[in-house]
Write a protein that binds this ligand. Structure first.
Ligand code: SF4
Length: 311
């Protein structure tokens, strides 16, 4: 379907294509993700974060160049009638996550409104938990929709901010809105009455894992009106490594060998480091006065301690 899709719009760096889509709702099978369903209105993401784990999703479109993930963006064809039919499978008490493999408010959303269409169709749901994660300040546009959804469902909006250090964010997340803009969106959502949290994920070992960095994000989140704060350590599958390791070689060459060793056998870091980070994040939450998201409490169990790694 991807090969046959037509070019919708071309911008200087990014090409938009349409993607015929049979199903918008995906049953979540991963034990690491505490969701029942996921929805990704786009394929690819032009924010181009260097650590992005979702680049593998373009492999399914037979686009094996990991850079294509951020330059060939697919907007899924939307039919409100068909989508509402699909939503009949979602039961009260289940969790639906939007934006697990793409940013639902990346620039394409201004043009195609796919995420807005999805949210509007979901206002018919009752008793469902809806989680949406984004790095985009555009999310505040849909505050009225989140409030409408929250009348009959639980709504968690999460804005991701990995650092308040603007030059560092520009390096690691080159086309995403600045940390200040994202916190501005948090403030707008909070002022409107939307329950909003901030995640500093992924934590990049040796780059964004200092207490100073995470504390700065948590304090800015608190000042903006966020209720929750959390952060997880980065995981790097082979497709992500193909982008992240050259990035390290260019900007953080002193860390490259350590990353290579630590992620050689597993996309996830095991052992004491993730536990240390969990504990640090918990301390920061207490220090600043923020809560964990309910979902974070249901995170996967810690890996076995014998699998020690360098970080
Ligand atoms: S915003 Fe999310 S989906 Fe988009 S490039 Fe960054 S990590 Fe990947």
């Amino acid at each position: 379907m991807a090969a046959e899709s037509s070019v919708l719009v071309e911008k200087r760096r990014v090409e938009y294509r349409n993607l015929a889509t049979r199903k918008w709702l995906n049953r979540c099978q991963s034990e690491r993700m505490p969701f029942d369903w996921t929805i990704n209105p786009y394929r690819g993401c032009e924010f181009g974060c260097k650590y992005c784990y979702a680049r593998y999703t373009h492999d399914f479109l037979e686009r094996h160049d990991p850079a294509a993930f951020e330059t060939e963006i697919y907007a899924k064809d939307f039919s409100a009638t068909d989508f509402r039919d699909e939503l009949k499978s979602v039961k009260a008490g289940q969790i639906v996550a939007i934006g697990t493999a793409t940013d639902p408010y990346q620039p394409a959303e201004r043009r195609f409104l796919s995420t807005q269409n999805v949210l509007e169709a979901m206002t018919g749901l009752r008793g469902v938990s809806l989680c949406l994660t984004t790095k985009s300040s555009l999310v505040s546009r849909d505050a009225p929709l989140f409030l409408a959804l929250a009348e009959h469902n639980r709504v968690h909006v999460t804005v991701t901010v990995t650092t308040m250090n603007r030059p560092l964010a520009r390096l690691t997340e080159p086309y995403a809105p600045s940390p200040e803009m994202r916190m501005g969106a948090v403030a707008k959502l909070a002022e409107a009455g939307v329950s909003v949290g901030v995640m500093a994920s992924p934590i990049l070992p040796l780059i964004t894992d200092s207490e100073e960095n995470l504390l700065a994000v948590a304090r800015a989140a608190k000042a903006a009106g966020a209720k929750q704060f959390g952060a997880y350590v980065v995981f790097l599958q082979p497709t992500a490594q193909r982008v992240f390791f050259p990035f390290l070689a260019e900007h953080f060459p002193q860390h490259l060998a350590r990353y290579r060793r630590s992620f050689r056998d597993d996309a996830y870091l095991n052992g004491s480091y993730p536990e240390k980070m969990r504990s640090l994040v918990q301390d920061i939450r207490q220090q600043v006065g923020l809560l964990a998201r309910d979902l974070d409490i249901a995170t996967p169990p810690s890996p076995p301690p014998e699998q020690m790694v360098l970080f």
